[in-house]
Ligand binder design. Structure first.
Ligand SMILES: [Zn+2]
Length: 163
């Protein structure tokens, strides 16, 4: 009887020690509220910036990791690796998300303007049919790289699976 009690208490102590050993490395994460650590057990953990910091860098078409290197080598073509920190961006694929978000934003801005121009014409209709598409096109071309940068930052920070 006594031996069974001793075995149970020993196993409780052992499990408590195991939990403590597990908690100690996690406490480092709690100290850095603006950064998170990730990584597989086989690889070295990497320090990531906070989500909003990475999004801000991506909106400027800069590397969401360091914020210094360029994110694109062409208009929307991501660089293979960041020239400043060496982070790989070629495998972070945003697919159609940035185009969808760009159309959502531009549509909600241009739609009311188009309705207002129809109800209170400030220029002839033929001029509106030329000006509005040009403004829409310019807004899409301007917003798309910034929004793609933000999407890439979100995908990277959240470790979202990409196609
Ligand atoms: Zn970088």
């Amino acid at each position: 009887m006594e031996g069974v009690t001793c075995q149970r208490s020993h196993s409780l102590i052992h499990s408590n020690l195991t939990e403590q050993l597990y908690i100690i490395p996690m406490s480092k994460d709690l100290l850095t509220d603006t950064a998170t650590t990730t990584g597989t057990p086989a690889s070295k953990p990497t320090l990531k910036p906070a989500l909003w910091a990475a999004i801000r860098k991506g909106l400027k078409s800069r590397c969401p990791d360091c914020g210094k290197g360029k994110l694109y080598r062409a208009y929307l073509k991501p660089v293979a690796t960041c020239s400043e920190c060496g982070h790989e961006w070629e495998n972070v694929r945003a697919d159609d998300g940035p185009a969808w978000a760009t159309m959502l934003i531009v549509g909600h801005l241009i739609g009311p303007i188009a309705v207002a121009m129809i109800l209170n014409p400030v220029m002839p209709l033929w001029a509106s049919l030329i000006v509005l598409p040009l403004i829409t096109f310019a807004m899409c071309l301007t917003l798309l790289p910034a929004i793609k940068g933000a999407f890439m930052a979100i995908l990277w920070i959240t470790d979202a699976p990409t196609s």
